[in-house]
Design a protein around this ligand. Structure first.
Ligand code: ADP
Ligand code: ADP
Ligand code: ADP
Length: 214
């Protein structure tokens, strides 16, 4: 099963990706996590991406497309994958199509901006695994620690309110165009498009996803 999770920053894509990964046994491909790993390694890619990410802007299409093409060609993607945070622009979606990377389901997470801003202020992440927590809505068992490893949770550098608002503006300008793009693709029988209410509790959203995906 090849799935695109589409939605604003903070809509809950990463949280549900963790659930879907274990439910369907397909890997999560988070371009944001890949870029943050590159920054941590201090690679050339990381150096180029850091300033752009901290400013809440999008990394260049060419760079991201190369990264994703390489990733989906790996053996663990043979039975499918979950794209989280990609594509984010029409050129990225076109490049995927041109590369012959088809998708079975596109799922749009709908969450209003004000809810997003509140979610981001309480987000804590475990960078090594991609697990995501929230101080109030999805707290770890022990404050400040990842449930499985006990390792320290961190606040992302770009989760400050001004940067979150910048990222939301870019979402509405550039990424939201993909709603129309994939609705049209679904009308032409190229994929299935689903819209879901992302404001419900984490478990309710997971249950809805299972109904949609079977
Ligand atoms: P969130 O989970 O909050 O939506 P991500 O982890 O997906 O954020 O992305 C963090 C940052 O990484 C983005 O603000 C952007 O700078 C960069 N990034 C991630 N994916 C892409 C992409 N597909 N195209 C361009 N930039 C990206
Ligand atoms: P995205 O990957 O779309 O950027 P995340 O999955 O990282 O979003 O979620 C952003 C924040 O909101 C995290 O702190 C997460 O714990 C929290 N969150 C995710 N889903 C929900 C939900 N359904 N209700 C409340 N909080 C949520
Ligand atoms: P689509 O956008 O693909 O048409 P729908 O919103 O019509 O999807 O819902 C598809 C399925 O999910 C239906 O079986 C519906 O009953 C179920 N569903 C819709 N909303 C929820 C929800 N909030 N929680 C759980 N299941 C839901």
């Amino acid at each position: 099963m090849r799935i695109i999770l589409l939605g604003a920053p903070g809509a809950g894509k990463g949280t549900q990706a963790q659930f879907l990964m274990s439910k369907y046994g397909i890997p999560q491909i988070s371009t944001g996590d890949m870029l943050r790993a590159a920054i941590k390694e201090g690679s050339e890619l990381g150096l180029a991406a850091k300033k752009i990410m901290d400013a809440g802007q999008l990394v260049s299409d060419d760079l991201i497309i190369g990264l994703v093409k390489e990733r989906v060609a790996k053996a663990d993607c043979a039975n499918g994958f979950l794209l989280d945070g990609f594509p984010r622009t029409i050129p990225q979606a076109d490049a995927m199509k041109d590369a012959g990377i088809d998708v079975d389901h596109v799922i749009e997470f709908d969450v209003p901006d004000d809810v997003i801003v509140e979610r981001m202020s309480g987000r804590r992440v475990h960078p090594a695994s991609g697990r995501v927590y929230h101080l109030v809505y999805n707290p770890p068992k022990v404050a400040g620690q990842d449930d499985e490893t006990g390792e320290e949770l961190v606040i992302r550098a770009d989760d400050v309110e001004a940067t979150v608002r910048k990222r939301l503006a870019i979402y509405h300008e550039q990424t939201e165009l993909l709603v129309g793009y994939y609705r049209k693709a679904a009308e032409q029988g190229q994929t299935h498009y689903h819209h879901l209410d992302g404001t419900q509790a984490v478990d309710a959203v997971s249950q809805h996803l299972v109904k949609l995906l079977g």
